[in-house]
Design a protein around this ligand. Sequence first.
Ligand SMILES: [Zn+2]
Length: 108
Amino acid sequence: MRHYSCDVCKRPINTQADVRHVVKIEVFAAVEDEGEACQACCGDRSDEADHLEEMQELLERLDDHDCAGLLDEGTVSMRFDLCDACRQRFLRNPLGAKTAKHFNFSQN
Ligand SMILES: [Zn+2]
């Protein structure tokens, strides 16, 4: 049997008695539609007349505009195990912003 511990309070999670909650966070760069430059490598432009010139242009653009690379390498995935108490705290304040005065990790 695997042993888990809460990534926030480090308390061991007994999976037979407690529920283990998993938080998955993905951080990636949002690719906005910036018009022609992005459509060149991401969009479908098959209706263009001059395909050869189009291909040449596209290849040149791919060299200095690595849109696909940005999508792959820019993504950071994180995964955390949380006990039930920390799960509730997390849901109240997912980004850990210190605006809420009642948000307190100390035991009382
Ligand atoms: Zn915890």
